[in-house]
Write a protein that binds this ligand. Structure first.
Ligand code: NAG
Ligand code: NAG
Ligand code: NAG
Ligand code: NAG
Ligand code: NAG
Ligand code: NAG
Ligand code: NAG
Ligand code: NAG
Ligand code: NAG
Ligand code: NAG
Ligand code: NAG
Length: 408
């Protein structure tokens, strides 16, 4: 009832806007209808018009509009099922995530440092952070403007500054992926020992059900390098260690991790941030991959487990791999805590691993992962490109048909 009246209001709004022949700045419908690369997006907006109702409540919006090519890539992403099944709830959330608060021209989207821009996505499933889920805006060499979303997915700005009466449209080449929960991210970033330790200590439930969290997640190698020194800890001891990797009630993106900052971990001791050269250290552990967006905050991958018993540990920037900071560490052949992950349909592999096995071996930059949605989801990838592509085409056709049927 409420939904359908929203919808008809939005339809009326869209129709009204569309009927006015713009002399200067066009309205959204007029603008979109004239962009041959945005026909799928335009159809989608008409199919799910209730998101447009949010527009008037903001002082202008920036619409990151995926081009037609972007929709053809859906089968390779975690969004495949939602779009294939026409799941209105998920699609509405996805569309809201493409609306940035405020009007941002391309000139404002070329930051010196990463910028975390709030969107209109506020559904708690994807956005249990204060002020709306964010998209990371970064600049790549050659003034290439990138938007990083969930699972480290990267979308590139391909066409800038299409002004409309309510703001501006910026065209991107891939859909933004709304951030997932903690376990979805620990799994796609291969942080299985960290995840297992969260299960073992039952901290996973607490952390997953909190808003505004920051996690420092050691790569598997960090746990493996400790062996029994961590695997044999009592649950209380392990809880203290894991709590030292968790900051409650604060979402600290990389831009907040400035040199000399002290952060009070949930465990009760401070963590110290140190910058040296191009590297950033969390106590003595090196930051490997920063700013993995979580539905309820942010996660950063570090090379080693940090120790609340020695909060003053300092890095040695002269060496590439920082040493362990626990007594009696012995390199283990297996990955600690992976057997604590409950086994359901897709059980994580708990085999031995090479010493170099890590989510981002070689990644020494301090910001965003180069992972893409396609590399993060092995299940959708393994289906076979041919079949997936056909699904995508069929879906695009379906939206066309549904859109015309419902709206026109
Ligand atoms: C439309 O997309 C094609 C290929 O995706 C690209 O070559 C072309 O430049 C785009 N047109 C505009 C106006 O961006
Ligand atoms: C949030 O999104 C989920 C998944 O699409 C949906 O099931 C849920 O109803 C939404 N919650 C609200 C409050 O809209
Ligand atoms: C994360 O989301 C997945 C998919 O919805 C779900 O199966 C899983 O239980 C969630 N994990 C947590 C810790 O809530
Ligand atoms: C999550 O927190 C709410 C209150 O903040 C509580 O009612 C709910 O039971 C919690 N859920 C879990 C799984 O801990
Ligand atoms: C969001 O966080 C609040 C605590 O601030 C919690 O009560 C609620 O259950 C969380 N929502 C989700 C979907 O996890
Ligand atoms: C760790 O625990 C295992 C199994 O309980 C035991 O065999 C091993 O000796 C312990 N190692 C150390 C260093 O305490
Ligand atoms: C989340 O963080 C914001 C700013 O960091 C703060 O204003 C807000 O009160 C926090 N919310 C909760 C539930 O902790
Ligand atoms: C953490 O650091 C802050 C700021 O430097 C300081 O005020 C506080 O006393 C420290 N807390 C602990 C437990 O060391
Ligand atoms: C970080 O701060 C320390 C102490 O003030 C200083 O010696 C160091 O040069 C700073 N690092 C960078 C990269 O500015
Ligand atoms: C390390 O091993 C030595 C010798 O076995 C033992 O005395 C000491 O308590 C151990 N330290 C820790 C922190 O387990
Ligand atoms: C995940 O980690 C394991 C063990 O460290 C390694 O064998 C495997 O290749 C990694 N997988 C990916 C996708 O990085």
């Amino acid at each position: 009832m409420r939904n359908s009246s929203w919808k008809s209001f939005a339809c009326a709004t869209l129709a009204l806007l569309g009927g006015v022949e713009a002399t200067t700045t066009p309205d959204l419908a007029t603008l979109l209808s004239k962009q041959s690369n945005l026909t799928t997006f335009y159809t989608l907006i008409k199919t799910y018009p209730n998101i447009l109702l949010q527009l008037p409540s903001y002082q202008g919006v920036t619409i990151l509009a995926p081009n037609n090519d972007a929709f053809n890539k859906i089968p390779y992403t975690v969004l495949n099922n939602a779009f294939k099944n026409g799941d209105e709830g998920v699609i509405t959330n996805v569309l809201e995530y493409h609306l940035l608060q405020g009007t941002r021209t391309a000139a404002e989207l070329v930051p010196g440092a990463p910028v975390f821009i709030p969107t209109l996505l506020t559904n708690e499933t994807y956005s249990n952070v204060t002020g709306g889920q964010v998209v990371e805006n970064v600049e790549q060499a050659g003034n290439v403007v990138i938007f990083v979303s969930g699972q480290g997915s990267r979308s590139t700005l391909t066409q800038a500054d299409l002004a409309f009466t309510g703001g501006v449209v910026q065209v991107i080449d891939s859909l933004l992926i709304p951030p997932g929960n903690v376990t979805q991210n620990t799994e796609s970033y291969n942080l299985t020992s960290f995840e297992g330790a969260l299960y073992k200590t039952k901290l996973l439930e607490t952390i997953s059900n909190a808003s505004n969290v920051t996690l420092f997640a050691p790569q598997n190698y960090g746990f493996q390098a400790l062996g029994p020194a961590i695997a044999n800890m009592t649950v209380e001891e392990l809880t203290s260690v894991m709590d030292y990797h968790y900051v409650a009630n604060e979402v600290l993106y990389s831009t907040d991790l400035t040199n000399g900052t002290k952060i009070l971990a949930s465990q009760g001791e401070n963590i110290t941030i140190t910058h040296a050269g191009n590297n950033v250290y969390i106590n003595s552990a090196q930051l490997l991959t920063s700013d993995i967006l979580l539905a309820n905050g942010v996660m950063h991958v570090i090379d080693n487990v940090i120790n609340p018993q020695g909060p003053g540990a300092q890095p040695n920037p002269a060496i590439g791999t920082q040493g362990v900071v626990f007594a009696n560490a012995t390199m283990a052949s297996d990955l600690p805590f992976t057997s604590d992950i409950p086994c359901s349909t897709s059980c994580p592999v708990t085999t031995t691993s090479s010493a170099s096995g890590s989510v981002s071996a070689g990644a020494t930059t301090t910001h965003s992962a180069s992972k893409t949605s396609t590399t993060s989801f092995s299940t959708s990838k393994s289906k076979g490109a041919g079949a997936a592509k056909e699904t995508g085409m069929a879906w695009a056709g379906l939206v066309g048909a549904v859109g015309v049927g419902l709206i026109l």
